[in-house]
Structure formats: C-alpha cells, structure tokens
Design a protein around this ligand. Sequence first.
Ligand SMILES: Cc1ncc(COP(=O)(O)O)c(C=O)c1O
Length: 399
Amino acid sequence: MANNKRIYLCLAHMSEAGLEQQYIKEAFDTNWVVPLGPNVTAFEADLETFVKDERKAVALSSCTAALHLALLQLGVGPGDEVLCQTFSFCASSNPVTYCGAKPVFIDSEPDTWNLDPVLLEQAIQDRLAMTGKKPKAVIVVDLYGMPAKWDELETIGKEYGVPIIEDAANAMGSYYDKKPCGVFGEIGTFSFNGNKIITTSGGGALLCNNEDIKKHMVFLATQARENAPYYQHETIGFNYRLSNISAGIGRGQMTVLNEHVRHHQHVHALYKELLGMVDGIVIHDNPATKFDSNFWLTTITMDPSIKVKGQENQRTVFSDSEPNANVEALRVFLDQKGIEARPLWKPMHKQPIYKDAVAYVNGVSEALFKVGMCLPSGPYVSDEDVHYIVNCIKESIEL
Ligand SMILES: Cc1ncc(COP(=O)(O)O)c(C=O)c1O
C-alpha cells in the first residue's frame, strides 16, 4: 500500500494557510457562535462571486435542505409530481417526498449519465396525458461533477413551462459551455458535505434568481419567523441555516476551490493515461468540448467479460439489483489493498423505498450500475497513489 495509508475516495482538505481556523477563531472571538453572522454573509458573497453574480446565494445546513426549499419555492405540494433523475443519490429525490409530492423517475442518456432530454420530453407529455396535469418541476443532477445536457434540457423545460432545479451537489467548479454549474434552470444547489469538492463539514447552498427569493428562502430556513417583537408564525418553517462556524470553514475553502478542481482533473487525466491501455475498462470522460467536469470522482465501467481475482468466491448469480460479480470482486480486491472504491449510484427506481414510483427508463442507469465503479479522486490522492491504484487494478485482472 502506498505509504501504508488507506486511500479514500475524497477526503476533506484545508487551506495551507489555515484560513478556515482563522475564520472560526474570529467567530469565537466575537461570539458569533450562531446560525447567522459575518462568516455566513461573506461566504454567500464569495459564492455569488464564484457564479459570476448570475445568482443570489443562500448558505444552508445541507444540499438536501436546499433541494427541499427549492421545491417549496416552486410551489411543490401534496398531489404534485416532480420529475427526477433516477441515477443519483437519494438526496436528489427524497425532498420531493418531504413535500408530500411524488417523484417520477427519468433515466439517463449514455454520454453524460445525466437526465435524458428525449425521455424528459416523453415523460412530460405522458404525465399530461395520464394525469391531466403538468409535472410541477424537474430535478436534474450533474452527477459525479459531469454537467448535464443543459441546452436541450433548458429548452424542453421552457417549451413546456416546467421549471428545472439543478442539483449541482457534485459539480461545484464544473462548467457547461463556459457557464458554471449551479446556475442552470430556475434554482441551483451545492453540497459542502465532508466528501465534496469543498466542505463546510456539512452544509449546502441554494442559488436563486433574485434578492426577493433569497429573502424568502432565508425566512423559511429560519423557522419562518414573522417580523414581530414576539414569536409569530404564519407558515411552517425549517431550521436549515448554515452556522457562522461552518461558514467560516466555507470561506477558507473558497480559497482552495480552484486548486481542488485542478487536482481532481489532474487525477482523472492520470487515470486516463494509465488505465487507457487496459482492455475492457473505460473511463467516463467529457463527451464534447462544451462539457468541463470537475471530475469530483473518477468513474470507470468494466466489461462483464473481465475476470477479476477472487471472483470465483463471489456468488455466481447476481440479481439485477446488484453490481456484476467482477465489479464486486474488484471492490473487495482494492479494499484489501487499502483502497476505497464504490459502485456507482443504484438508480432510485430500483430502490425499495421507491418501488411504487412511476419511472421512464431506457436501461442506461441500470446497466451503468452493474458495471461501474468510483475511484479515489480527492485532494489527498497523490500521483503515486494513482499509480498504485492502477497497478492494483491490473493485478486484480485474471489474464
Ligand atoms: C447528487 C447529490 N445530491 C444531493 C446530495 C446531498 O448533499 P448533502 O449531503 O449536502 O445534503 C448529494 C450528497 O452526496 C449528492 O451526491
């Protein structure tokens, strides 16, 4: 194992200058140890600068919270349907359920692995025909940092008058047609969880179109407290604001964001160079020049014909809701070598919690789930680690 350390997918990494701790110290020194304050305001300003002032930013306790508020802003409620990318983490669709609405899952296209514009249009037409009502919103994800096909998706959203929420949890620092992810659709969201491109330990942000929406989001995120000298509540609110301590970490992290993105992209390029010669392994890559992924995680797909050492010890029959036996064998092989690797997201329409949900599928996400894997890609993954990981992958393959 390289340096006898375990190699993780993506660990938090602080600025060399220790700015995160400096901003936290300032919060303590001034006793701003609350869910608002100068770090929150400054972090939001940094986020707005980052998205070239195309959006107003609201710092929140998580991306999940941001998605929930985005749905409420778009008026999603009981009885509504929201179209949602099936190939994602559960946090993309669970907030639909929080609203009492129903997620309707849409499959991905094979270039970006994100929501398929062709299926989107079919699904909108079909829901209209079946229910007499348009879906209230669409949630599109930039999965693993790869931007979705925004031109086509936004055109369809506009044509049918269905607003889009961009779940850019993985995609801070990715660009589509030179525009930063987070600014597509009506409302965008980022995650600052510990394993993301930057972290606030846990946290997220909502990116919206104007100051009025921002004010309303902050209102809902702070228990919807009315402007009165006593506690007056006329709306159900939430405790979703980011703390001034966490925002201090965020401010420090903004200074290393570009460095982090460059590192993730460098790691991806090195994997591509070193794994390129291995038959049957394909690295997911930008499908065209318009796409500029941050490569939050480098992902690979593995041909079912590849035999991996130890595979004979796996069960021979894997159900259609599990990865292929060689993918699981590779995960176990790498784990024993001190390397964390993980299968791709299991599509939401295959999850027991969503077994009754309507889904428009084309086989893409189910096929990817069976053959795909995420490799370590974070700031602590060195060139030496990538060489070691690739050598382990080569060693795992039975010739
Ligand atoms: C695609 C996607 N959406 C949403 C989230 C939720 O982010 P958070 O943990 O900040 O709520 C994640 C977290 O991994 C994610 O990968």
